[in-house]
Design a protein around this ligand. Structure first.
Ligand code: ADP
Length: 569
């Protein structure tokens, strides 16, 4: 009995222990689930925040671009007050645009979406050119700007867009916080840092207002400004240096600030020296001939491995065809290495050859340089856009010139988009994809034309292409009762080859030229059936069908009703 009750007590203890153990495990499990849910929630919020930032900043950019465009025309106004207003809008618009771009970059860095696109090139030359571009601004403020770099230049891997952002912020600040008559000096040399033997050192030194001791430790923080030194007049947000700091983390570089109020400041930046992208060409960062002459020509080999950025899934077969018109063989090779995964490439080395290829193939998209011997890119583009065979093809211009005036010139010649060297690979892909998407929407619009007016951004394109379609319809109309009027005859009248007509109509949403003609005849038949007393056979003959039975079959196929059923609804 005793044994029995001891045994029972033992078993019930065992049971309790097991129960407790399970309970603890259960609670742990619940806690773990809660923790995971919390992480998930936080990630969702973070993703939402980044999406929001990206979307909202993009939304800012479009109206800003419009405003800046309008301010230009105001600045040309004969009225002095209007000109002043234009100047103010422009200055503030540019400031806002820069801020928005910086915010966007910061959010991209935070979400890990900002990638570096290094090229192998003369970094010293690049620093020099970028710093010297502030020369006229310095002169306007009566400041002296000097730039020193080691003679002979130095080649290494760096992302030109991002390095330019860092430099522009530092030199821009130096100019902003240095009074008239002050000095700003920029230098670039090889140095040593934290026992790393070879680092590139860039120094931006000014004789400006300096930064207070209290502010110095926080000066690289986001939204921080040295209120001790700022008059309320100085514009700024405290975003620039925060972005510089983040960019340097991304580039595995470092930054250091020294400053003394009333004496001036020194911003020192170190970048690791890397050599993995050797083989990328100078043109990728838009260096001109005289600059290119500085490099030792033996390493002009394109490294196709180093361009894995490839946002277009390769399962989207067939690839769109892209005509590349470019006279520089190195640049052709470079672009080929970028594009050949996603596009069927056709190349031409000048405008004239480009036109021949364009008319022979009617590609889905054209990428063309502006400066070329013989027929230049603008002339080439204008000819393409004025020819009905090719007017629908989007043209992206590639150029080293970047002024707004140049872009407007290009747009007046009919270019659809404009990429300025140095161009970002992601930007190139995004631009091409946007162009193809707009043509896809054009096709869809014509396929469902009865849906109504086209979206605003398609309106002028639709109008232009409608002229072509109208011309085709008029020709078919003129031979409506002629059953011998076929694709061959139509092509002769349009002065187009069969292939050209086919590709053109395909771009405008028609399944084939033959079907286009037949559907048009059938649509005319629909009208005749409703508005005249002609018999079905007479309607068939009048719309170019020699066999009424065949006509009725086609009619039913197209509209789901026989001709007489259609007449009676
Ligand atoms: P912003 O210039 O838009 O305020 P930044 O992040 O570029 O933003 O700079 C933050 C602050 O750092 C500035 O407001 C200014 O107080 C201080 N600062 C930056 N560069 C200098 C400089 N060269 N001389 C003096 N103060 C500077």
């Amino acid at each position: 009995m005793l044994f029995f009750s001891l045994g029972l007590a033992y078993r019930s203890r065992l049971f309790r222990n097991e129960h407790n153990r399970l309970q603890v495990r259960h609670i742990r499990q619940l806690e773990e689930n809660e923790r995971l849910r919390e992480i998930e929630r936080r990630e969702e919020v973070e993703a939402f925040k980044n999406r929001f930032y990206a979307n909202i900043t993009h939304e800012f950019r479009t109206p800003l671009t419009v405003m800046l465009g309008m301010s230009e025309s105001l600045r040309e106004n004969p009225d002095a007050q209007a000109r002043e207003a234009g100047r103010l809008i422009e200055r503030n618009g540019h400031n806002l645009l820069r801020l928005v771009n910086q915010l966007l970059d910061l959010s991209k860095i935070e979400s890990g979406a900002l990638q570096l696109h290094p090229v192998h090139a003369d970094v010293m030359k690049f620093v020099q050119i970028t710093a010297e571009s502030f020369g006229s601004l310095a002169a306007m403020k009566n400041q002296r700007l000097s730039v020193q770099t080691d003679t002979g230049g130095f080649f290494m891997d760096f992302d030109p867009d991002r390095l330019q952002q860092v430099l522009s912020n530092l030199v821009g600040n130096a100019l902003k916080f240095t009074p008239e008559g002050g000095e700003i000096s920029v230098s670039c040399s090889l140095g040593t840092r934290s026992s790393v033997v070879s680092m590139l050192q860039i120094e931006v030194r000014d004789t400006g207002i300096g930064i207070s001791v209290e502010a110095l430790p926080h000066i690289l923080d986001r939204f921080y400004r040295d209120e001790n030194n700022l008059s309320t007049q100085t514009e700024g947000t405290g975003i620039g240096l925060a972005l510089v700091k983040e960019l340097l983390v991304l580039m595995q570089g470092e930054i250091e600030v020294e400053s003394q109020v009333g004496e001036g400041s020194v911003f020192r930046v170190w970048l690791p020296v890397r050599d993995e992208e050797r083989g990328m060409r100078d043109e990728a960062i838009g260096m001109r001939d005289e600059e290119r002459g500085m490099r030792n020509g033996s390493d002009l080999v394109i490294d196709t491995q180093s361009s894995p950025l490839n946002p277009h899934p390769s399962f989207l077969i067939p690839h769109p065809s892209l005509l590349l018109v470019e006279d520089n063989p190195d640049l052709v090779q470079y672009l080929r290495s970028l594009l050949s995964h996603d596009y069927q490439l056709i190349t031409a080395s000048n405008g004239r050859e480009g036109l021949e290829q364009a008319f022979e193939h009617l590609p889905d998209i054209v990428l063309s340089d502006v400066m070329m011997p013989g027929m230049d890119g603008l002339e080439f583009c204008r000819t393409l856009k004025n020819d009905q065979r090719s007017s629908h093809i989007p043209v992206v211009m590639l150029t080293a010139r970047a002024t707004v005036g140049d872009k407007i010139g290009g747009l007046q010649h009919g270019a659809d988009a404009w990429l300025t060297k140095p161009f970002d690979r992601a930007e190139l892909f995004a631009t091409l994809a946007a162009m193809l998407e707009s043509r896809r929407r054009l096709r869809t619009y014509f396929e469902n034309e009865k849906a109504g007016a086209p979206a605003a951004e398609l309106a002028s394109l639709v109008q232009k292409e409608n002229e072509f379609l109208q011309r085709v319809r008029t020709l078919i109309d003129a031979h409506l009762d002629d059953d011998a009027y076929d694709i061959h005859q139509l092509c002769l009248d349009l002065v187009m080859s069969r292939m050209q007509l086919h590709r053109k109509l395909a771009a405008l949403g028609a399944p084939s030229a033959a079907l286009f003609i037949r559907n048009y005849r059938l649509a005319r038949a629909q009208v005749l059936l409703k508005t005249t007393e002609l018999t079905v056979s007479e309607v068939a003959f009048k719309t170019g069908f020699s066999d009424p039975a065949y006509f009725s079959r086609c009619f039913r196929e197209a509209f789901g009703k026989s001709p007489s059923e259609w007449r009676n609804v």
